[in-house]
Design a protein around this ligand. Structure first.
Ligand SMILES: NC(=O)c1ccc[n+]([C@@H]2O[C@H](COP(=O)([O-])OP(=O)(O)OC[C@H]3O[C@@H](n4cnc5c(N)ncnc54)[C@H](OP(=O)(O)O)[C@@H]3O)[C@@H](O)[C@H]2O)c1
Length: 252
């Protein structure tokens, strides 16, 4: 988000080596503190789009379904699609109830809903619901931030049998469910490892074993975290609205 200028420059440099913009799917999102007011939400997305400097972005997401705020923010962001600044809109961390509230008034359907989904936190109900609505489920934290899922004996056993790593098994698990996946790594070898997930599959028995790793306690804990986060989270840039790049640099 704060690195839009750098991301845009890196992508333009990559395109200059013979790649086309159509090979990319560029997403940005509006942080909760900028969702407080529809004009601030649009301003925030416009800063990202301008600073990326890649033309229209493919997707602008509402970061959290903030009660009494998210619908107005989404409706304001629809204007970006109408003006050709974004090709589509997305939602993030939306439950089925939030989506239903939104769809009572939205004129543009969200293309994607992104939420945490991995074998230790399988949100089956949400996955099934959004897939059935035709909204792409995008799993974030698919590796549980490098957490216990990678040390699970079940995951490790399946990985050993498939001659793959625990991370690859976790990523494949989401793909087998028809979900898109967004992982993060700062380690080049891991980035290469994490994209080698299209040359194997998981049996229905292994999928069932992985599905069974999610416990009611974990789901309950995640629900508490979700309730807290949807009511606002401090922005990475500190208090106030999202700064433009030059304002951020001047403040350093
Ligand atoms: N919309 C939302 O509310 C939301 C919330 C959270 C995250 N996200 C997005 O989702 C994306 C991914 O989520 P995330 O970064 O939170 O979690 P993640 O992708 O599950 O985990 C990233 C962590 O896993 C490690 N890792 C990556 N590949 C690995 C491998 N093959 N073996 C072992 N460890 C590995 C990385 O370490 P190294 O970097 O050291 O390799 C990093 O610490 C991010 O782009 C994030 O912005 C969105």
């Amino acid at each position: 988000m704060r690195a839009c200028v750098e991301c845009g420059e890196a992508l333009k440099s990559w395109m200059s080596t013979g790649h086309d913009r159509s090979e990319l799917f560029v997403t940005t999102k509006v942080w909760t503190t900028d969702l407080c007011d529809p004009a601030a939400a649009v301003r925030s997305a416009e800063i990202s789009i301008e600073e990326l400097d890649l033309g229209a972005v493919d997707l602008v997401m509402v970061h959290w379904p903030m009660p009494e705020k998210h619908v107005a923010a989404y409706l304001a962001l629809e204007d970006l699609v109408k003006k050709g600044k974004a090709k589509g809109l997305g939602i993030s961390n939306y439950s089925p109830a939030d989506y239903e509230e939104l769809m009572k008034v939205a004129s543009i359907e969200p293309l994607v809903n992104t939420f945490e989904n991995n074998p230790l936190l399988y949100r089956k109900e949400w996955c099934d619901y959004f897939q059935q609505k035709g909204v792409v489920v995008q799993a974030y934290k698919p590796l549980q931030r490098g957490g216990p899922v990678l040390d699970s004996p079940t995951v490790k056993g399946i990985a050993e049998k498939a001659k793959k790593t625990p991370a690859q098994v976790c990523l494949r698990w989401n793909l087998e469910k028809g979900n898109a996946v967004v992982f993060k790594s700062l380690t080049p070898s891991r980035i290469e490892e994490n994209v080698q997930v299209f040359d194997f599959s998981l049996s229905s028995e292994d999928m069932a074993k992985l599905d069974a790793l999610t416990t009611p306690e974990v789901v309950q804990e995640a629900q508490g975290h979700w309730e807290q986060r949807r009511n606002g989270t401090p922005a990475p840039w500190g208090p106030g609205l999202r700064p433009r790049r030059e304002e951020e640099l001047a403040a350093r």
